[in-house]
Design a protein around this ligand. Structure first.
Ligand SMILES: [Zn+2]
Length: 283
């Protein structure tokens, strides 16, 4: 392999952050935390192992994903409950916040909406940081395990990947035919999953999740949400996924309703203000 004479100098150029986020609208975490102090659990749903559950969260309420029984990874999809065409945009969330999310960071919606759908207000795994392999938890770099990739790589027909679990859960929650529900399923937030990219080959890796029963991730709903959470067939994702080989556990989702007036001063964020002309003038 030949290299240009100034190869070392070109590699030595320092990176610049693509999206400096000091101008991102900041969530009022102090207000959210005060509201969280007075919440009542008003609904509980459970994602059974290798299945998904759906849930609705009104704007201004919270939802909490809780590890129960044993280490388990969850794949989370979010939609605007009133318009399924607005949904979580994993790629832009990654560009804005980084590869893994934690307290104070947000799940952003797709174009043309691009607004915060949910804000993380509690993360009991925030102590983990990045390990020596470059791994961390709650990533927005994976997509979701799915039967198509399994079929591509191993010729399998497996029906309990997160993609299929989310598809069935959305179809059940909305009455949509399976094929239409499938088209709404999107790249996920990998809740509790520990992932990164290998330093030598840049390949996506997973390792056993540090999550333990009682750990949880709590979100504030910025808009009316329809959520779906799959208890991944990978279990703690320490070995295999896309099969029944791994030991799996359920995940609990709690809907938390704050006391009246606890969110005085807060309002649901509007959709993005870009004029959508794309440079084409009318007339
Ligand atoms: Zn999965």
């Amino acid at each position: 392999m030949t290299q240009p004479a100034d190869a070392a100098a070109r590699r030595a150029i320092a990176p610049v952050i693509c999206y400096p986020n000091d101008t991102l609208p900041k969530p009022d975490l102090a207000l959210y935390r005060r509201a969280l102090d007075g919440v009542q659990v008003t609904s509980v749903v459970v994602a059974a192992p290798r299945e998904a559950c759906a849930f609705r969260v009104p704007a201004g309420s919270f939802f909490r994903i809780v590890s129960v029984e044993g280490p388990q990874v969850g794949d989370l999809n979010l939609w605007n409950a009133n318009d399924l065409s607005e949904r979580f945009y994993s790629g832009k969330t990654r560009a804005l916040h980084g590869t893994h999310l934690t307290t104070g960071e947000r799940m952003w919606s797709n174009f043309p909406f691009l607004r915060p759908m949910a804000t993380i207000v509690e993360d009991t795994l925030d102590w983990y940081g990045f390990d020596v392999y470059g791994g961390s938890v709650h990533d927005v770099i994976g997509t979701r395990c799915d039967p198509y990739t399994g079929n591509l790589l191993a010729g399998t027909q497996y029906h309990h990947c997160c993609h299929s679990n989310l598809t069935r859960a959305l179809a059940d929650a909305t009455g949509l035919p399976l094929a239409q529900a499938e088209a709404q399923v999107h790249d996920v937030l990998n809740v509790f999953m520990c992932t990164g990219f290998t330093r030598d080959t840049g390949q996506y890796f997973m390792k056993a999740s540090p999550v333990r029963p009682g750990d949880h991730l709590t979100f504030f709903a910025e808009i009316d949400l329809l959520g779906a959470l799959s208890a991944c067939p990978g279990g703690d994702c320490g070995s295999a996924h896309s099969s029944d080989a791994a030991r799996c556990h359920p995940l609990r989702v709690e809907i938390l309703t704050p006391q009246q007036r606890a969110l005085d001063g807060w309002s649901s964020p509007p959709v993005n203000a870009y004029d959508r002309s794309h440079g084409v003038t009318a007339g």
